[in-house]
Design a protein around this ligand. Structure first.
Ligand code: KG4
Ligand code: ZN
Length: 356
């Protein structure tokens, strides 16, 4: 039986500054002791998207305070921590460097092991923290920067089955929102407006639906929303709600269809997945969550949807991924460099061998 472990995790790859402490008990079960997140949305909203320089500066201003708060709320000092983990990419290079350098400095000063975490691995492993899911499982990762279907086969062992050929799903939500006059970030605003709308008023495309390979494409859907909006201009509140509802209905159909295609690909594996898990900011979307629930019911799969606060970027996911790596004996040196691009699938990245 292993002793319990505690890891401090730091996240700064995009527009959330975050620090958290997670623990695994002697049976390996995870528990969040603290999870301090500061969103920079207000600082970026006026620009309609994340401004890298503003993000990096805001991380510098906030990170020390958040780390102190995470330790305090967890009721521990650095002496009680077994390792320090920081997201080392992928993401905006300035922000990544702030968190990575801070993590290394704390590890060095406190004489603790350091673990460099791929931000996407943080999303991928979160359902093991929240729901204790076993490998292998199918991961739907849908955020502002990524839309991927990944077979998660072990820690550091990820097989990307499909991804977007153009926009990420969160990006499509954000762009559709912008052209309908809704503020950034658009995803939650589209979901809210859609509640009052008619999802059948506009017959929008379902790009890639029915294809064998579980890839995504969203730019055509966004263009179709633009064309409908231009035809109707000036838009009434009702038009905006109906367009949001129709857009969201198309997004749900596409996501469910693409997950079904991925499950079909995995069905004849020696060890097919037993669960479908969703992660990334868009996994907070209610209709998408309900669509996945229907698919799991029909396929006899377990569904793991982390709570909304753990779908979007946070420190607990980095601390947990760091803990999973650390307990396998995988630590990193002080020379680990920030990686603005860093694919999750080691087979697609000759520089990363996942240490598996
Ligand atoms: O994972 P995340 O917090 O940040 C990264 O992109 O890494 O995801 C943010 C994205 C944004 O595009 C946002 O509009 C989208 O997730 N999002 C949503 C919802 N909440 C956040 N999209 C649809 N419905 C939501 N409820
Ligand atoms: Zn993310």
């Amino acid at each position: 039986m292993q002793a319990s472990l505690r890891v401090l995790g730091i996240e700064s790859t995009c527009d959330e500054t975050a620090a958290a402490v997670v623990e695994a008990d002697s049976d390996g079960r995870g528990r969040i002791l603290s999870n301090a997140v500061l969103s920079q949305i207000a600082e970026h909203a006026a620009y309609g998207g994340v401004v890298p320089e503003i993000a990096a500066r805001a991380h510098v201003d906030a990170l020390d305070r958040l780390i102190r708060r995470a330790l305090e709320e967890a009721g521990c000092g650095l002496k009680d921590i077994d390792a320090v983990a920081a997201a080392a990419g992928p993401g905006l290079i300035g922000g990544v460097m702030v968190g990575l350098t801070t993590g290394k400095a704390i590890a060095l000063a406190a004489n603790k092991p350091f673990v460099a975490v791929n931000h996407l691995e943080g999303h991928a492993l979160t359902p093991r923290l929240t729901d204790g899911i076993d490998f292998p499982y199918l991961l739907l990762l849908v955020s502002g920067g990524h839309s991927q279907l990944v077979s998660v086969e072990g820690v550091g062992d990820y097989r990307r089955l499909g991804s977007t050929v153009d926009d990420a799903l969160g990006e499509a939500f954000d762009k559709a929102a912008k052209l309908l006059g809704l503020p950034y970030p658009g995803g939650p605003k589209v979901e809210l407006a859609a509640q009052k709308g008619d999802p059948e008023r506009f017959d929008l495309p379902r790009p890639m639906a029915g294809r064998r390979n579980p890839d995504f494409s969203f730019s055509g859907l966004k263009t179709a929303v633009r064309q409908e909006a231009e035809k109707l201009a000036p838009l009434t509140v009702g038009d905006v709600s109906d367009l949001c509802a129709s857009f969201q209905a198309a997004a749900v159909d596409v996501v469910v269809d693409r997950c079904r295609a991925a499950l079909r690909l995995l069905a004849d594996q020696p060890k097919p997945p037993t669960a479908l898990v969703a992660a990334g900011g868009v996994a907070a979307n209610g209709p998408i969550r309900r669509g996945l629930a229907r698919l799991c019911l029909e396929s006899g799969l377990k569904l793991a949807l982390p709570p909304v606060g753990l779908c979007s970027d946070n420190g607990a996911m980095i601390a947990w991924a760091g803990l999973e790596r650390f307990r396998l004996g995988w630590t990193d040196g002080m020379d680990f460099a920030a990686r603005p691009r860093w694919p999750l699938d080691s087979r697609q990245d000759p520089r990363w061998h996942g240490k598996a």
